[in-house]
Design a protein around this ligand. Structure first.
Ligand code: ADP
Length: 617
């Protein structure tokens, strides 16, 4: 390279000086991002050239391959980034690497000056990426030559201390070579492995070959930016394994391309396994955020709501970087818009899966239901779509098969306005209990909720598609169909009345708020109902939380006037009131057991033994 004129020394614009001063004198948490910035500038320059090749006739060094070379020289202590992009003319060089045009960049510099924490790592997002090289350099030299024929090359050099020199140079190839003369404490950037790792991490998807010591480092393509029908199935799988660090194939894949309401490409995956379900601790978010294929942040928490933390993949939006910094990104309006749009699409995708491929959705549900429930319970903005995804067993589903609320509504009887549900640990427990009896008689379907969070969601929801949601153990339940009179003779009204008053008195206000005749029971002697909409599962949760397992709030006790135990109790009351009281207590406790509220039954054993003794002697 022959210099054709004398180097000319120029001053940086005041803001650039201030910026360089901060960059040079700050401590860095991850200064390796300077390489990302230089590569990203090179990729931009190559992208522009690719475009010009279509529109311009005359391009200098037309046949040079479009690529980025990284050269390391340990003895000279330099790292060079060389591209064959559009290059810069002398005027462009003066303007681009000496002045600052964007007002956003100026504002950012002012922010850096004002704040105590000099978060220099962000400068790439503010159109100042080139200056990041001074985090690692004590001198930077730029060789560049424009694609325009008849333009000379130029050499730009600076140690970042306020001035730079510029001189013309002939016989440079098209493009830009940036030589970073590394500071003494930054010599690790001449190490091949280190540099390779950095390139893979931040620039792995840059759409031009990045060549380090003869080897292409970025081998996986940025599939998210491609057209769906241009991507092969196995490319998706390979991509997933690469970004999720997984050996298995993904369960689902979701490729999204949007122009409105905002420009975003996303490629998201549901893994095959949910380790959180198996107690391996909380899953870390696994979605990386890119801007035009350059990594902005890995595993970015704010890009999706927490309940979607099981997703793996990439979100790329060109709207993200310039005016957004990582520290205020968490609550930026743009970010919440992105989050809303993407999660809405993910939910539509899952709903579609559920409709078109119920079997694979079932597989998803068995593993990831907890996240959908978490979302339905906590994220008001997406609740409608989330609730559609919920699945349950029901009194009309085959054991093991699941139904949705929509399935339920489709099967509702004429005139039925309420969706009924009941909580219990298993199908067997629920079906052997007293609560289903009346529903069974009338052919009404009841959804079985297995977890307290299900009841919590239904309680919050109140209704679905205009149908009320009611727990079958609520005390104010009126079933719609005709009441059939069950077989057997009922206790006379006045005796029944006296029995309920007596029972209420013996059990006491702590246990029962009311004892009354049941219109619902068929086979069981008694059941407890929950006044005030506190369902059995909520009650159970409170007991567990208060660590007072048998502290049950007062219940409504309904007794079955046709049941032989009730007849017997009534007769016993008149012969041996004390023993009748004991039986009454046991009757109540049995109803608590059936409701799943007797969490510590051992204290009953003495009473039961007493009752056994009486029957055996
Ligand atoms: P940004 O790239 O965000 O605009 P930089 O400070 O990194 O900010 O770069 C300033 C300008 O310098 C770029 O916009 C581009 O015009 C020019 N530039 C930087 N690197 C190169 C390169 N390798 N090839 C061509 N032009 C470049």
């Amino acid at each position: 390279m022959v210099s054709t004129n004398k180097p000319e020394t120029r001053e940086f614009q005041a803001e650039v000086k201030q910026l360089l001063d901060i960059v040079i004198n700050s401590l860095y948490t991850d200064r390796e991002v300077f390489l990302r910035e230089l590569i990203s500038n090179s990729a931009d320059a190559l992208e522009k050239l690719r475009y010009l090749k279509v529109t311009e006739k005359d391009i200098h060094d037309e046949d040079l391959p479009l690529q980025i070379n990284i050269e390391l020289d340990e003895s000279a202590g330099t790292l060079s980034v060389i591209d064959t992009g559009i290059g810069m003319t002398r005027d462009e060089l003066l303007e681009n690497l000496g002045t600052i045009a964007h007002s956003g960049s100026r504002a950012f510099i002012q922010h850096l000056i004002d704040s105590d924490k000099k978060d220099v790592n962000l400068i790439g997002q503010f159109g100042l990426g080139f200056y990041a090289s001074f985090m690692a350099a004590d001198k930077v030299t730029v060789y560049t030559r424009s694609y325009r024929p008849y333009e000379n090359g130029c050499i730009w050099t600076s140690d970042g201390s306020g001035t730079f020199t510029i001189e013309e140079a002939s016989d440079l190839p098209r493009g830009t070579k940036i030589v970073v003369h590394l500071k003494d404490d930054a010599k690790e950037f001449t190490n091949t492995d280190t540099v390779k790792r950095i390139i893979k991490q931040y620039s792995g998807f840059v759409p031009f070959p990045i060549i380090l010591e003869g080897e292409k480092v970025n081998t996986v393509q940025a599939l998210w930016a491609k057209n769906k029908n241009e991507v092969e199935e196995e490319d998706y799988v390979e991509f997933y394994k690469y970004i999720a660090n997984d050996f298995d194939e993904p369960l689902f894949r979701f490729h999204l391309t949007l122009d409105a309401p905002l420009a975003v490409n996303a490629l998201l995956f549901v893994p095959k396994n949910n380790f959180e379900q198996h107690g391996f601790g909380r899953m870390e978010p696994g979605v990386n955020v890119y801007c035009r294929k350059v990594l902005i942040q890995e595993k970015f928490e704010g890009i999706l709501p927490e309940w979607l933390r099981f997703l793996r993949g990439v979100v790329d939006s060109e709207e993200l970087p310039l005016n957004v910094s990582r520290e205020n990104m968490q609550d930026s309006a743009l970010l919440s818009k992105l989050r809303r749009v993407i999660s809405g699409r993910v939910l539509s995708f899952l709903n579609e899966k559920a409709r078109k491929e119920p079997e694979s959705y079932r597989d998803f549900w068995d593993k990831f239901a907890m996240f959908i429930k978490e979302g339905a319970a906590s994220d008001f903005s997406h609740r409608d779509k989330l609730v559609k995804l919920l699945r349950f067993e029901s009194s009309k589903s085959e054991p093991g098969a699941l139904v949705s609320l929509d399935d339920y509504i489709e099967r509702m009887q004429e005139g039925q306005e309420v969706i009924y549900y009941i909580n219990g640990p298993t199908r067997e427990t629920i079906e052997s209990g007293p609560y289903l009896e009346a529903f069974r008689e009338q052919g009404l379907e009841v959804i079985y909720t297995s977890e307290a969070v299900d009841d919590y969601i239904f309680g919050q929801l109140g209704e679905y598609e205009g149908k009320k949601l009611m727990s079958a153990d609520q005390d104010d339940l009126e079933l719609p169909g005709e009441k059939k009179t069950p077989a057997g003779e009922a206790l006379a009204e006045d005796e029944l009345k006296a029995l309920t008053v007596w029972l209420k008195e013996k059990l006491g206000d702590d246990k029962v708020s009311e004892v009354r005749k049941s219109e619902r029971l068929v086979d069981s002697p008694a059941m407890v109902l929950s006044p005030g909409g506190v369902t059995g599962s909520m009650q159970r949760m409170m007991q567990l939380m208060q660590k007072d397992v048998n502290n049950v709030s007062p219940k409504v006790l309904e007794i079955n006037p046709r049941h032989s135990i009730i007849h017997g109790l009534n007769a016993l009351r008149q012969k041996d009131e004390e023993f009748a009281r004991v039986v009454g207590e046991q009757l109540f406790d049995n109803a608590l057991i059936a409701a799943g509220l007797m969490l510590e039954p051992r204290q009953m054993v003495n009473r039961i033994n007493g009752i056994l003794e009486r029957t055996l002697t």
